[in-house]
Design a binder for this molecule. Structure first.
Ligand SMILES: Cc1cc2nc3c(=O)[nH]c(=O)nc-3n(C[C@H](O)[C@H](O)[C@H](O)COP(=O)(O)O)c2cc1C
Length: 213
């Protein structure tokens, strides 16, 4: 990656256009963890992906997010910790069903070679609304998906029980007052999912007009 921050961003009074970026955005789609294989991003590629991921709007510059990377042996070790937490959290569940989902938790990080957990860590004492700080964490997740794909990797943003159960989230690394904004599986796409239907932007868009008198 060139030193993007030192490059001029203006040509005359017009921001330089980036057709490659538009193309990449138009092509982005999630690749499920089951379709993500080794290799994971190298240390240098990961550093670059995360550097781009944090280039997000951040009202008040609170940096209300951080990362936990799960790779290598840690993937299995974390899964071995999640499974008993799932069992303990679901004592009333039908035993075969509980074992099935505990097994899914045990294998959660084994398919993809890497997961980057985006932790939302809003500063509740500052004047910036909590919602805005959490939106910024979502923007980090989205940027990370784009940066991963533009670096040649597949990725998918998930949450689920491991992200939302307090004990599981704590084991993954969320501290007091923090939440998991996303678990982003990252790896080399062994296959691509078919394109899904995309929202009808026209149906979702209106142009403001003054209320009828
Ligand atoms: C906050 C958040 C959590 C998500 N959690 C899950 C999840 O747990 N499991 C899942 O299959 N998809 C989840 N998704 C949806 C996928 O990330 C993805 O958007 C979806 O598969 C559509 O694919 P696309 O990214 O190609 O549009 C989540 C999306 C968001 C924004």
């Amino acid at each position: 990656m060139s030193d993007i921050t030192s490059e001029p961003v203006l040509e005359g009074a017009v921001l330089r256009s980036a057709p490659h970026l538009l193309d990449a955005m138009a092509r982005r789609r999630s690749v499920p963890a089951a379709a993500l294989a080794a290799p994971a991003p190298s240390d240098e590629q990961l550093r670059q992906i995360l550097t781009l991921a944090v280039r997000v709007p951040d009202h008040g510059l609170r940096e209300p997010w951080r990362f936990v990377v799960i790779a290598g042996e840690a993937r299995a070790e974390l899964g071995r910790g999640l499974a008993p937490l799932y069992r303990a959290a679901n004592p009333q569940m039908d035993a075969p069903k509980r074992e099935k989902f505990a097994g899914i938790m045990e294998r959660l990080f084994l398919s993809a070679p890497m997961a980057v957990v985006v932790i939302s860590r809003p500063d509740r004492a500052c004047a910036i609304p909590l919602f805005e700080q959490e939106l910024s964490a979502g923007a980090v997740c989205m940027n990370l998906l784009h940066a991963a794909q533009a670096s040649g990797f597949g990725a998918m943003w998930v949450t689920g029980w491991a992200a939302t159960n307090p004990d599981a989230a704590a084991l993954i690394g969320a501290g007091e007052g923090e939440r998991i904004a996303g678990i982003l599986h990252v790896g080399t796409a062994a296959s691509m999912p078919p394109e899904r239907s995309r929202p009808d932007v026209e149906a979702l868009t209106s142009f403001w007009a003054p209320p009828a008198a």
